[in-house]
Structure formats: structure tokens, C-alpha cells
Write a protein that binds this ligand. Structure first.
Ligand SMILES: [Zn+2]
Length: 477
């Protein structure tokens, strides 16, 4: 009779204590996948059975607030640094740095100039400094030498390499004799087709269905390699996409003299560098030029964009309303879909799903920030994070065990450049651990009380008598 409560108490104590510890050592593995330009609601445009399988067997975040500007390079660098663009330095796909006197452009080889990337330290470098290995299939920046290093294994960027070949490399690296703990996988669609067709086109249906097939292929390959239940798989994207129209074009030539400025970046955020002595003239000519264009002097850029404190942000930026397109003149290229707009717009938001030993099952979360991904990745990899703008606390509820086993990265998480508050979570995230331990201790105490009750029955009446005696005067009083 005495063994039952005893066993229950012991089991409860063990359970409580064990839930305070997180991943096993061999479960600190992550595969981060980005399907470029996968808008959050594409999941519901056509049947996407593989995405829905991920949602059911893992976690899904409905709204991810990415960073301004909602372009590819700035957002991919945020995912791996946790920093806003003004802090990591990749402020656009097309940039000019007046101090370096150099340009950066997606369409040119100058993206391989290390100096543009070295205002931050991406996670693969930190992971490698901690003694681990990273493998990257075309993730932006991994084939650039940053702080004297590349990713341990990487495929030099080549858009003609198939998705299947990229997956094969990732699997090979995860199953190698010296395996990677961090895999990064990038795929160009549905961004490419979204630009050409426009997201509202019915032809986007098959494009999204094709991405769903690609996810299905990835899951199948992970299962075949016995990695599905071992690796923490995160499927996300850099931004969404909105429909544009040739009826919604803002032509800068109508308002500005071409000789008065250099257009560094075009649409939907025009980055304008006025020629010497022409600042006021350019600003005044553009300020009220068009009802769907908002023009900011650099120091007036809204704080919520965290887009001021960097030399690569030009003295004037002009931001188009959603769906509007900025061209210098109508002979410039025009695309039916575009992104880069205000990051508060839902259409700019990407997807976020995750599955693996660390994640809860069939769990939906309303919102997170893309800057929160970085501290989450550091937690999953059990490495020390660099200073960042994210918060682990914001995303901790995605995990099965709320209590991290290792909290060492909290030691250095303070914020750069005075941008918003650093993670206030730094102490708070250890609370669940202490709560768990306290609960465990309480259960152990309960166990001892039960033990005493059942194994020393002869002592109990005497004890009760004494307690009654002591209690008497109190009751009377
Ligand atoms: Zn993109």
C-alpha cells in the first residue's frame, strides 16, 4: 500500500526535474531554410500539404515582423545576426558607402567585398569559433570571406544549381564523419516568379505548389537519412510580396533634375544622394511631389524602422506606398510584384514553421520578430550569441522545454549602437529553470512527508498529539 504514493511521488519528482533540462547533446542541430519571398499567406493560396504537415508536427508563427527595408540581403543578414539593418550594415540590396567610397549591388561581384559584411558577425562564424562546423547551400553571404572566414562548407552562389543538389549537399554534411551542427539552405523562389507574375496572378498557384513539393522532398530526404527527428528544421523566408501595376508608377524625372543627385537604390525605397550643395533643392522638389511618396531626411526616418544610424543610409530616402513603384523614368525595368515596403505591412511578412526535437508539436503562435530568430538559433546550437536586437524570451514558448540547459550566451547580449533595449530577457529566461527546480524540491518534500506517514506510523499519533497540544492555546486565543 505504501509503495503506490511513493512511486507516484518519485515519478512526479523525476518528471518535474527532467523537464527543466532541454535538448540532449546530439540534438543541438539546426537546418535553417529560406524560400525567398514566401509571403505568410501563400500557405493558404493553394493546397500545401507538406507545409501543413510541418505545422501539425511542429510549430507555426502566423505573423513575423521582418526588418526595414523588406529586401533580400538586409533580411537574410538579420536572420543570422539578430540585428536591424542599421546595425549589421547590409542596409539594402544596392548600397553606397561614402567612407569606403565603394558600391554594393546584387547584380555585381562587389557583393563579395568583405568590408560590407563585417559590421556584424554572422552565426556561422560564431558557430565555427565555438568549435562546430557549418554547411551552407547558397545562403547569402556564406561564400563571402567575413572576418577572415567562410562557412566551413559552402556552395559558391550559382542560381542554376537545383534544389535537389542543394539538399544532397546539406544531407552529406550532416551525415559526414565530422558532421555539421548548422545547415543553411537558400532557394530563389517563389521570389523570382512573384516579381515576374505578381503575387495576385493565378499563375502563382503552381509556383507555390512547387515549393510545397520541394519541402516534401526535403522532409523525405531528411527522413531517409534518419535526420528528421534529430535536426531542428526551420522553414522561413526574408519577406513577402505585393502586387504592382504600371498605373501606379512614380517617375522621379518628373520632379528632379538628374544632374542634382545619384540614385543609389530605386524601388520601393529610393535612396537619394544629392550632389554637393543640392540637398535642399532635391529635398524640396521631392517632398510634396506625389501623394503616394513619403520623403524623409535621414534624421527624420521613423524610429520604428531602426534605419538611421549607418553611413550607407543616404541623406534622403523616398518611400512608396504599398503597390506603388518608383522609377527614374519609364524606360527602367518594371516588375509586377515587389517588396521592400514598410515592414508593418502584412504583405511584406514571411512564413515561419519549425519541427524537431526542440520544438513543440501542433503549436501556433501569433507573432514574433525576425530579430528573435538569432537568439533562438544560438540557444538551439548551444553557442554564445553576439550582441543583437532580438529577444529569446519572445520565442521561448515555441520550445518543448521552456528552460534552456545552457544560458551562457546571455553574458554578452547587450545592444549595439544604442538601438532599442537589449534583451531584457537575459535574466528572465532562467526563471523557468528555477521554477522547475523549486517544483522538484517541493515534490521531493511531499514524497518525504508521505514516506514518514507510511513508514513511521507509530510516530504519527504522538506527533499529532503534540501538535494538538501546541495548537490548543492558539485556538483558545
Ligand atoms: Zn528576397
Amino acid at each position: 500500500m505504501t509503495s503506490k504514493p511513493l512511486a507516484v511521488s518519485l515519478a512526479l519528482a523525476t518528471l518535474t526535474l527532467s523537464t527543466t533540462f532541454s535538448l540532449q547533446p546530439d540534438q543541438h542541430k539546426v537546418l535553417l531554410v529560406s524560400f525567398d519571398g514566401f509571403r505568410w499567406d501563400y500557405l493558404y493560396k493553394v493546397p500545401t500539404p507538406h507545409f501543413h504537415y510541418m505545422m501539425k508536427s511542429g510549430v507555426h508563427v502566423k505573423q513575423v515582423s521582418n526588418i526595414f527595408i523588406t529586401k533580400t540581403y538586409p533580411n537574410h543578414y538579420t536572420m543570422v545576426t539578430g540585428l536591424f539593418a542599421e546595425s549589421h550594415g547590409i542596409v539594402a540590396n544596392d548600397m553606397f558607402d561614402p567612407i569606403l567610397n565603394k558600391s554594393f549591388s546584387l547584380d555585381h561581384m562587389n557583393i563579395y567585398d568583405s568590408e560590407f559584411w563585417e559590421e556584424a558577425t554572422p552565426i556561422w562564424i560564431t558557430n565555427q569559433r565555438a568549435g562546430h562546423a557549418t554547411g551552407s547551400a547558397m545562403w547569402p553571404g556564406t561564400d563571402v570571406k567575413i572576418h577572415k572566414s567562410f562557412a566551413t562548407h559552402y556552395m559558391p552562389y550559382n542560381e542554376s544549381v537545383s534544389f535537389e543538389d542543394r539538399v544532397a549537399k546539406i544531407i552529406e554534411w550532416f551525415t559526414a564523419e565530422k558532421p555539421i551542427n548548422l545547415g543553411l539552405l537558400y532557394w530563389e523562389d517563389p521570389d523570382d516568379m512573384g516579381h515576374h507574375l505578381g503575387p495576385d496572378s493565378p499563375l502563382m498557384g503552381p509556383v507555390i505548389a512547387d515549393i510545397d513539393d520541394k519541402l516534401g522532398y526535403l522532409i523525405q530526404m531528411l527522413k531517409k537519412a534518419k535526420l528528421w527527428n534529430v535536426v531542428n528544421l526551420i522553414i522561413t523566408s526574408d519577406h513577402g510580396m505585393t502586387q504592382c501595376s504600371e498605373d501606379r508608377v512614380i517617375e522621379l524625372d518628373q520632379y528632379l533634375d538628374k544632374d542634382h543627385y545619384t540614385l543609389i537604390d530605386q524601388s520601393p525605397v529610393a535612396a537619394i544622394l544629392p550632389k554637393e550643395g543640392k540637398f535642399d533643392e532635391v529635398y524640396e522638389a521631392l517632398a510634396d511631389a506625389h501623394p503616394n511618396l513619403t520623403v524623409y531626411k535621414k534624421e527624420e526616418i521613423p524610429k520604428r524602422w531602426h534605419y538611421t544610424r549607418n553611413e550607407r543610409i543616404q541623406p534622403i530616402i523616398a518611400v512608396a506606398d504599398e503597390g506603388w513603384y518608383i522609377l527614374q523614368n519609364k524606360s527602367d525595368d518594371f516588375l509586377l510584384g515587389n517588396h521592400g515596403y514598410d515592414n508593418a505591412l502584412a504583405e511584406m511578412h514571411p512564413i515561419f514553421l519549425a519541427h524537431g526535437p526542440a520544438f513543440r508539436k501542433n503549436f501556433t503562435k501569433e507573432a514574433m520578430n525576425s530579430t528573435d530568430l538569432y537568439p533562438l538559433l544560438c540557444h538551439l546550437l548551444n553557442i554564445t550569441a553576439m550582441p543583437h536586437n532580438g529577444s529569446f524570451r519572445n520565442v521561448q514558448d515555441l520550445l518543448r522545454s521552456a528552460a534552456p540547459k545552457a544560458i551562457p550566451y546571455t553574458q554578452t547580449t547587450t545592444l549595439l549602437l544604442g538601438t532599442d533595449k537589449p534583451g531584457a530577457y537575459e535574466q528572465e529566461e532562467s526563471y523557468p529553470y528555477f521554477i522547475g527546480v523549486s517544483l522538484g524540491i517541493m515534490i521531493v518534500i511531499v514524497f518525504f512527508v508521505i514516506f514518514i506517514k507510511h513508514f513511521i506510523p507509530s510516530q504519527v499519533p504522538a506527533l499529532q498529539d503534540r501538535q494538538a497540544e501546541i495548537a490548543q492555546p492558539l485556538l483558545q486565543a
